[in-house]
Each structure stands twice: as C-alpha cells, then as structure tokens.
Design a protein around this ligand. Structure first.
Ligand code: ATP
Ligand code: MG
Length: 452
C-alpha cells in the first residue's frame, strides 16, 4: 500500500535541489514517523546520495555548517531554520559505544535505512511525500511497536545506547517493545555501562518526560538500574506506613505519572525517595518511618547527577527540590513561603510545589481534591507575594550596610550578619520593611549584644 505524507516547502525545496543536481534525496527518520502519526515533526532530516563535498557545492548559495563532515552530515540553514543533510551511509562498528569507528558512504537509500535503529525510524519519503518503507515500519507504527531493524542482539551490541532509545521511544509514543527486541534489551542491558553519560542523558530525558514513562520504567526497571543503580533498593521496598499504599518504587512511578513532563521536575520525582531504604526504621507499633530521608536522597541525587555529567544548574535545582520535598508547607503560611522564596527563588519554589503535589498524589491514598486545592492555594500565595513585590532579599531591604556603618557598627562580618537578621525579621513578618523601624530594630539588636 502506498503511503503519503506532506512535506513542508523548505525540506521539499532541499530535496528538489539535490534531485536537480542528479542526486537521490529523501526526508528520513523521525519526521516521516511523526508525519504518519499525524504529529508535527520537530525537525526534518534529509539523506542523500550526494557526498559531503557535493552537498556543499549544491548548497553553495546557502549558509552551511560542517556538523559532522566525517560522518557525512552538513547542516543547511534556510532562513535560520537548520536542516541536517546526511550522505547515505553504513556505520562501521561502535567500539567506544559513542561514535561509529568510521562510516562507509553508500549510493542507495536501502543500506542507509538498514543502519537505523528501529523500523518506525527507518522510513523515508521523497519530494512528493511517497513513503519508502523497507522494514515494515508503517505496520509497526500502526500496531504501536518498537522493533529493531535486523537482529536485536546485533543492533544493541553495535551501539548499546539503542537500548535506552527503545525505552525512550516506547515512553514517548506510548508503544510496546516487540518481544524479541525486549528480550535482547534485558539480555544486553549491562552494555549500557559503556555508553558516554552525555548520550545517556538525552535519552533519559526523553524517557522520563514521555507520556508512558512510568509503565516503561516499570517493565524495564532492571535496565534503568544499570545506569541508576541507586534505584534498585527502592524496588519492592515496603513502607509499612498508613500514609502509603505502595512500595517506594511503585510510589515513585505513580508520582512520576502525575508530574508535568519537565526534565528537572521529573528527575526530582524519580530521585526524591532514593534515600528511603537506607534510613528505614520501625517504631514500637511496627509502623515504618524514614527519618531524614530527604537529606539522604538529596546527597545521593547530587552524586548521581554529577556521575551523569548533568550541568551545575540542573544538579543544584534537582538536589534542592529533593532536599526540600518533605517540608511541611502550609498553604496559608506566608512566612514560610517568603523564607522559601528568599532562599531558593521563584523557579525552584514553583517546581517544589509541583513536586509536592505529585508526591502526595502518588501515595495512592486518595484526597486528590484536597491536594489540588492546597497546591492551588500555595501557588496563589506565591504569586501574590511576588506581585506585591514584598522584600525577599538584602537588595530590597530598606536599610543597607552604609546605614549600619553610620550607626557605628564596625565594617566586616558583623554587618552582613546583622543585615541577615533584619531580613529574617522582615521575612517573618515581625517587622515592616521601613527604614525607621529597621534602624531602631538594629539598635535594639546591637544594645542586646552589648549587654550579653
Ligand atoms: P525525535 O523526534 O525524538 O528527535 P528522531 O527519530 O528524530 O526522534 P533522533 O535521535 O533525532 O531521533 O535520530 C534521528 C534518526 O537517526 C532516527 O530516527 C534514527 O533513524 C537514526 N538514529 C539516531 N540514533 C541512532 C542510533 N544510535 N542507532 C541507529 N540509528 C539511529
Ligand atoms: Mg530528531
């Protein structure tokens, strides 16, 4: 059966340009898959029989970037929009599990499709939108299946990252992983250890943020534990606590499914309880407790995120969310909210509220309406504090170091400490942020110190 997709004008024009220069050229991979699914492709990748130097000649009038000429890839910019154009190629092994050791350029499309990971990613379309499907990708797409092109063992042995990619696509598309492909994933999962963290991170993000993340991570938890061994003790760890319906891992997955698909938030949900197994205790009534688990989880998270080479900002954000996730946050407690905002800033606190919401919903103990209501109230409070431009930092405190010096406080550490105490008093609502009041409060503090 002939299948057609619609190409937007720009990628179509690139295909036509290559064709008029005598080369074969197709849109390929994700864009064809997504078009057949009725989704809007993120980007249009193109493959062609033109060799890199021929490509550059063909697009001499356009801005081009030599993205990976060694591997046959040139990026062509059409009015700022980038298109990756890659020569038909076969990959010659992946001894470092990172880059192909080398590539062999090919003259026909079929070999290029054969090197691709999954059948749903191994379809191409010509300038008229006619789909070329050599490996049954369209049928797998219809049946919602992720299946390797070729023999799964061989394909995962060539490049172990494909193991994580299979989970990523299953989660993103809501697909199942075909039986033989799934068996090979379980069998070869240890090979993921050899994959560079930079490559893992991108696929892990896709997996975590996928619509079916929880189901896929449940089915393939053994695979996930190869790169995130900290999760292993959580699986099946019973909580013996009336507030929890699930074991630690099932709770984590349940919470994950309730969190918005945003990388930092989902990472925080995934990691928020990883310290629980190591701090478990029973009380005399045989109720389970996890005292101090948030701090332990945060310390473990930081190590884990560094091991995977997450950037500093993400590491700090996620670690903070994990550390703070268990704080008792009364929606109407304005003082507490100001303190949190002063300490962590708006972005972190907003995410913290979403994390707490997902965490509470993930306990499987009902009370959803109350949880949503409490979250909405806390968010409204946060918004109001920001809108009122309340003082949340030394920068907006109505008194500064110079004022204290003028009052006779010696320069140095004492100034900073005193300002911080004044700010805390303002954050706690004990004191209005007005100069006169701050000056007199500072005087009181100073004379108390002298009397001590
Ligand atoms: P997305 O829309 O999520 O980016 P995509 O299919 O475009 O999905 P990419 O990671 O951008 O995924 O890869 C582009 C294409 O390159 C894939 O569709 C697949 O055909 C091929 N590909 C990418 N990585 C690999 C790999 N490690 N092994 C084999 N083929 C791969
Ligand atoms: Mg892509």
């Amino acid at each position: 059966m002939e299948r057609k997709i619609k190409l937007p004008p720009k990628p179509r024009s690139l295909l036509l340009r290559l064709a008029s220069a005598g080369f074969a050229a197709y849109a390929v991979g994700g864009c064809v898959r997504d078009s057949l699914l009725g989704l809007v492709p993120q980007d249009w990748d193109i493959c062609t029989s033109a060799k890199p130097e021929e490509l550059l000649q063909c697009f001499a009038g356009e801005r081009t970037i030599l993205t990976g000429v060694r591997y046959g890839t040139v990026t062509v910019l059409l009015e700022e929009e980038p298109f990756e154009v890659t020569t038909f190629r076969a990959d010659l092994g992946y001894s470092d599990s990172r880059h192909p050791d080398g590539v062999r350029f090919l003259s026909s499309l079929r070999g290029d499709l054969a090197r691709r990971d999954f059948t749903v990613n191994a379809m191409a379309a010509d300038a008229e939108g006619t789909v070329i499907d050599c490996f049954g990708g369209a049928e797998d797409l219809q049946n919602g299946l992720i299946r390797c092109v070729g023999t799964p063992q061989e394909r995962f042995a060539e490049d172990a990252l494909r193991i994580l990619r299979a989970l990523r696509f299953a989660a993103k598309l809501g697909f199942s992983i075909e039986e033989n492909t799934a068996a090979a994933i379980h069998a070869l999962k240890e090979r993921l250890r050899s994959v560079a963290p930079e490559r893992l991170r991108k696929e892990l993000k896709g997996l975590l943020c996928g619509r079916d993340a929880a189901a896929v991570m449940n089915e393939f938890s053994d695979v996930l534990c190869v790169i995130l061994p900290e999760l292993a003790p959580c699986i099946g760890f019973l909580q013996f606590n009336p507030h929890h319906a699930f074991d630690v891992w099932q709770h984590t997955l349940c919470a994950l499914q309730r969190a918005e698909p945003e990388e930092a938030l989902r990472l925080a949900v995934l990691l928020h309880d990883i310290g629980k197994p190591s701090v478990f205790s029973f009380d005399k009534n045989l109720v389970g407790h996890f005292y101090g688990h948030a701090a332990v989880s945060a310390a473990m998270s930081e190590k884990l995120l560094r091991r995977l080479h997450y950037d500093n900002a993400t590491t700090k954000l996620v670690t903070t969310l994990v550390r703070e996730h268990d704080l008792f946050l009364e929606a109407t407690d304005e003082r507490r909210m100001r303190r949190l905002l002063a300490r962590h800033g708006e972005e972190t606190v907003r995410l913290l509220l979403r994390l707490r919401r997902a965490d509470r919903l993930g306990k499987g103990k009902g009370g959803e309406e109350e949880i949503e209501h409490a979250t909405a109230e806390a968010e409204a409070l946060l918004t109001r504090i920001l809108r009122e431009e309340q003082c949340l930092s030394l920068r907006t405190l109505a008194i500064g170091g110079d004022d204290l010096i003028a009052m006779g406080v010696p320069r140095g550490r004492q100034i900073g400490a005193l300002l911080q105490r004044l700010l805390n008093a303002v954050l706690d609502g004990k004191l209005a942020n007005e100069r006169e009041r701050l000056v007199s409060y500072a005087q009181t503090l100073l004379s108390n110190e002298e009397n001590d």
